[in-house]
Design a protein around this ligand. Sequence first.
Ligand SMILES: Cc1cc2nc3c(=O)[nH]c(=O)nc-3n(C[C@H](O)[C@H](O)[C@H](O)COP(=O)(O)OP(=O)(O)OC[C@H]3O[C@@H](n4cnc5c(N)ncnc54)[C@H](O)[C@@H]3O)c2cc1C
Length: 396
Amino acid sequence: MSTEQSWDVIVIGAGAAGLFCAIEAAKRGRKTLVLDNGKRIGRKILMSGGGRCNFTNIYTSPANFLSQNKHFCKSALSRYTQWDFIALVQQYQIPYHEKTLGQLFCDDSAKDIVEMLQQECDKAGVKIALQQDISAVAFADGHYQLQTNGISRTCASLVIASGGLSLPNLGATAFGFQLAEQFGLNVLPIRAGLVPLTWQPDDKALYEEISGVALPVTAEANGTLFPEDMLFTHRGLSGPAILQISSFWLPGDAVTVNLSPQQNVAEFLAEMQQKHPDQELKTALTRLLPKRLVEKLLEQNLFTNQPLKALNPKSRERIADLLHQFVFKPNGTEGYRTAEVTLGGVDTNELSSKTMEAKNQPGLYFIGEVVDVTGWLGGYNFQWAWSSGWVAGQYC
Ligand SMILES: Cc1cc2nc3c(=O)[nH]c(=O)nc-3n(C[C@H](O)[C@H](O)[C@H](O)COP(=O)(O)OP(=O)(O)OC[C@H]3O[C@@H](n4cnc5c(N)ncnc54)[C@H](O)[C@@H]3O)c2cc1C
């Protein structure tokens, strides 16, 4: 049996962007409904930041985002800023702290953020329908018609906030990309971002034994460099430095890792040679690097263990080069299964940066991760969700 429902705004996706947009639209008096395929709202928020949700970054600026059009995100980020979201979090008296590099996390639980969004929805009068299977969307007479679970719904404004493909077991679908194509919008190629990189088979055999080893590094790919921690895993390399660089890495590219970013290895060895000429190279290097990593490098005969006094300036330089430029060619990434984000998506050239509305399809809006705007690791992706959701909510 089919019942007809008419709305001003329907938002597809009860994630960060969709809920934020719906709240703003409803505050303007728009009759607003959010549809989601899951059993609860904000599922990704709940599991983000290790359960504590890194909800924004105090240093957010357009420079922290990847997009084919680097200027697109500027408008939304400047109209709803990290400070606006922090003010909302403070208004709800949610305890939070800065973990590192401007990253703000809840002290207690990501649930605090979801509960805040739920309360804002309730206050503004947003309706939410969960476990919805949207089978068709059509546009006629200036209205969108949606078929969902035997219910036919219409709306003047349709907002797509269905996210990307990361974490398929959390309800991620290609819905937003397919809908964009249905309405003739260009969708840029998508790929997994903020994702661990995997070893080539030979490297796996070599390095899987030292999984668990972590150290501060700088990682570089395609001219972009991140100084953060790196972690050896059974499958490859992970940790913040690698997750960050993965968004800039393309298949076939090498990644160059500086294993000793804070200390010039040649100078260190020269100094140690003077102070402790009989000390073994291995012992000296363990002052710079984790012991298991030093042993692994020696095992490969990349350099020989010998008393420091046996090293000449050339061999010191050679060891330094090896450690400052550890090059590896990933086999690939762990893919959407573990990726935090999806790079690419709805081409920003198709959208107004002021309203997020499609330029050639009145009343159709795209916000959040479905759009070709992807933040670095560190709270930037949620800030994009809040900012893009907020601006769309002023117009939809
Ligand atoms: C494990 C993990 C941890 C993360 N941690 C952080 C962090 O700490 N800080 C940060 O800034 N970013 C983090 N991110 C990234 C961040 O979660 C996303 O960028 C952000 O959630 C995107 O918001 P969104 O609203 O656009 O999409 P989503 O949050 O993905 O929401 C989309 C919603 O649409 C629904 N949906 C999808 N398809 C359909 C359909 N066909 N019909 C109906 N509903 C549909 C989904 O079920 C989902 O509820 C993390 C990501 C992951 C995977």
